[in-house]
Each structure stands twice: as structure tokens, then as C-alpha cells.
Design a protein around this ligand. Structure first.
Ligand SMILES: CC(C)(COP(=O)(O)OP(=O)(O)OC[C@H]1O[C@@H](n2cnc3c(N)ncnc32)[C@H](O)[C@@H]1OP(=O)(O)O)[C@@H](O)C(=O)NCCC(=O)NCCS
Length: 184
């Protein structure tokens, strides 16, 4: 079963290790934190920052990944989506898609947002497919937008609106419940 829980102090080191993992870092625009001290400052700022929210994705009650919304302070009722499955064992088994559905429910129903948008490296097929499955639509394409590991990378802009998620959510949740990824 996949769920989301609030961040705790003892998640700091876990996030540091996940974020530095090659399969996570290769798809992030920014570089991985170089030291635990540096990461601790980021973590403390993140937890104390009302502009951002983050949840640990759990799989069978064990930490498996991280999901974030950023830009919550703006007056436009939108936020930027960020996510990764840090536990390699959990990737490719539906955890990301299940967490995505739970996160979109929080964003639209609990936080009352109107739009969620995301920047995805253009060759990140797994993320693009997973986000399309929830109803994210392509809104733009930014050429050579990110310099990552010495290489220019293109970025796809994706977004989903509140009513688009509401139109789709029951079918998505039914599918996830049918796969025993979330409670029926
Ligand atoms: C992108 C990411 C969050 C997706 O999460 P994930 O858990 O790996 O993805 P899922 O397992 O939900 O979906 C991937 C595949 O598993 C399949 N899958 C396997 N078991 C499944 C199940 N029981 N139910 C639903 N889908 C299942 C999905 O159908 C999908 O396959 P498809 O793309 O061929 O249709 C994750 O792969 C990740 O963290 N990657 C590295 C970092 C990253 O890219 N982050 C995003 C930056 S924008």
C-alpha cells in the first residue's frame, strides 16, 4: 500500500542519501547536495518555509520517496510539482503513480489549488508517462534549459488543472485500488 506522511526530523539523512543516488540525481535539474551539513540547512529551510510542502511517500509503511509542492505563497493558487522514488526496490511498481494520485488529491482538495505544473527533463520517459497517466498535459518545451553534468538538456513543461483531475480521479483511484496500491 502506498501512502503519504508528513516530514519528520529523522527524514533529513534519508533524503540526503536518496537525493544523491544516481538514478534520482540524473533526472533533477539541480545538483545533489555535497555534504550532509549543506543538506541539513536546505531541509530546515524547507520545513520552515510556508511556500513549500513535502511528504514522504511510504510503501507498506516504509519510506520510499519524496513528493513536494513549491510556490504555495503566490496568489495564483498554483504550485510546482516535484517527486522521486528514492528506494530502488520501489521503482517501477506503481508507487509513483499511486503517490501522484494521493498528492493531487491533497493539492486540489485539501489545499484548494487550481493548477499543478512540473518541469521534466525531456528524456525522462518514466516521469512523462506516469504524469500523462494522471492527466498532466504538455504546455511547453524549453530547449537547452538546464545544464546538467556538463550537458545541455531540454525541459518539458507539464500541468494539470483542478477540474481535469476531478474528471479523472475516480478512474485513476479505481485502477490503483484494483492493483492494491491504495485502499479501495
Ligand atoms: C518517475 C518516478 C517518480 C515514477 O515512479 P515509479 O514508481 O517508478 O513509477 P510507476 O511504477 O508508478 O510507473 C512506472 C511503470 O510501472 C508500471 N507499473 C508496474 N506495476 C504497476 C502497478 N501495480 N500499477 C500501476 N503501474 C504499475 C506502470 O504501468 C509504469 O509502466 P509504463 O510506463 O510502461 O506504463 C520514479 O521512477 C523516479 O523516482 N524516477 C527517478 C527520479 C525522477 O525521475 N523523478 C521525477 C523527476 S520529474
Amino acid at each position: 500500500m502506498i501512502d503519504l506522511r508528513d516530514l519528520r526530523e529523522d527524514d533529513c539523512e534519508r533524503l540526503f542519501l536518496w537525493r544523491r543516488e544516481r538514478e534520482v540525481d540524473r533526472w533533477m535539474s539541480d545538483g545533489a547536495p555535497e555534504s550532509l551539513d549543506h543538506h541539513q540547512r536546505w531541509f530546515d529551510d524547507f520545513r520552515g518555509n510556508p511556500d513549500r510542502m513535502g511528504w514522504i511517500i511510504t510503501r507498506n509503511a516504509q519510506p520510499a520517496g519524496f513528493l513536494t509542492l513549491s510556490g504555495l505563497n503566490g496568489r495564483h493558487r498554483r504550485a510546482e510539482w516535484g517527486w522521486y522514488i528514492g528506494d530502488p526496490e520501489a521503482r517501477g511498481r506503481g508507487a509513483g503513480r499511486a503517490a501522484q494520485a494521493l498528492g493531487l488529491d491533497r493539492a486540489f482538495d485539501q489545499l484548494g489549488l487550481e493548477k499543478i505544473w512540473a518541469q521534466v527533463l525531456a528524456d525522462n520517459d518514466t516521469a512523462l508517462k506516469a504524469q500523462a497517466a494522471a492527466g498532466f498535459r504538455r504546455e511547453g518545451y524549453m530547449r537547452r534549459h538546464v545544464l546538467k553534468d556538463g550537458r545541455w538538456r531540454d525541459v518539458v513543461l507539464l500541468a494539470i488543472l483542478a477540474d481535469e483531475w476531478r474528471a479523472r480521479r475516480d478512474a485513476v483511484l479505481r485502477g490503483l485500488a484494483g492493483s492494491h496500491l491504495i485502499a479501495a
